[in-house]
Write a protein that binds this ligand. Sequence first.
Ligand SMILES: [Zn+2]
Length: 511
Amino acid sequence: MKKYLFIHLILSSLIIPILVPVLSQADADPETVDHVFCNGKIITIDELNPEFEAIALNDGIIVGLGTTEEILQSYKTEYGPGYDLDGRTIMPGIIDGHSHYMASLFWIGETETIYESQIIALANGYTTLNEKSIDIGEFGWLQSAEQNGTLRLRVNAFLIYNFAWLEDNEPVLVGAWEPDIEPLLDHERMFRIPGFKIYLDGASGNRGFPAMSDPYTQEMMDLWGITNPYGDLYFNQSELNSIVDSIHDSGFSVAVHAMGDRATETILNAIEYALNETDNANARHQIEHNSFIREDQIVKALSLDTIHSVRGYFPTYWQQEYANLYSAVWQERTVNRYSLPGEGLHSYLETDFGFLYGYDEDNWSRSANIRPFLHLWGLVTRKAIDENGTIHEPDPWLAEHEISVEMGLRMLTIEGAYAVKQEDYLGSLEIGKYADMIVLTADPLTVNEDDIKNIEVMLTMVGGKIEYQWANHTFPTQYNTSQTSISIWITLLALSGMLMVRNNKKKILRM
Ligand SMILES: [Zn+2]
């Protein structure tokens, strides 16, 4: 008996390793899904599970995350085991928390090019735009674009409450909205209406100037043509209180342009009044630009839990010019805006990008830049590039507010989703969330800091649909599983060939 047992053991030890993979494969019976990406790095923006190797999507939703082996055991696609990332990085699609893509095309009278503008946004990795000031014309276009299926990325419209200028020192209101208009927050919709945009103070030129609590100097007034020494506040405290309160009561969020500290003070008070001790985690009121913000206002913002926009990339070498004009106090206030994410306030990326002043892909010095990874580089290094391509190091007072790449990535993704109550659906790659994601040429978390700005987007998916593919590249190819038999491989090659033809056709159609 012992002899037989011995032979049995030897045989088993030979056979079992052969049988086990076969059995476990048979057991798993992979489920067919729309897409699988494997053999890469998935940056999830989910703090509990920051990284995976592979991801599976079905019906526009993320269904699986894990190692390549785990995902290939559980899922397959009709066209093969899955796309081979070949070590490349996937992250959630970029959410621009403050943009003017759609609106600016209307302003310059090129409504027919709005369709093309989406391609420019998609090619830069944007999958959601929080459009900060949509008028009635743009509203109508977005509604019909959603209905006829030509809206290819998600748009959250903040309806314009007043124009960004004064007439006879009075704000110009936008009276076009139906008095009973309601928020549209359905997550399945490509076009949502979370809030109203209010312009509270000036910016420059005929818009007036940021409203400050200390007066501009005579030198500034002469240099910039400022007429009101304290800048221009469009609504006083009691007017703004009742505006914000009534918008709040209708269930909308407010997004308020506030550059000067006097404007910031007025809107913080108005939000406090409207919240009336309730939680901003429900209301999601947000303040745009925050160009001069005081320490005491940061404390108040933290207590109210307000949400703030931060321009990622800013030509900070300009600051030296400003520094010569500003007092030390103003200098501190204008730098404070960069401290907001580090202070723990909800802060999202503001590109402020629009086509109004033209679109020059090669102009890297422009502040309202479309490039999300230039903004990330700005947040992480606080460096800037001038018109001649020279890179400027940040001054020490600015360098102090550099943030981590991880925090910067959150500002480009989940924080923009939070600002429009979509953090449970978008902004990170988690099972059950929408498959809005991008494939990158490099990993922002490991690439040399100065190369972050050069990262490009190879593929953009919105709701599991490939909406952009980098021209002239062979990616994606099918993952080569060594277990796959030759006959299956022949089928796969044929299928992937068909798919490539289909994708090429798509690309041609989009040119
Ligand atoms: Zn703007």
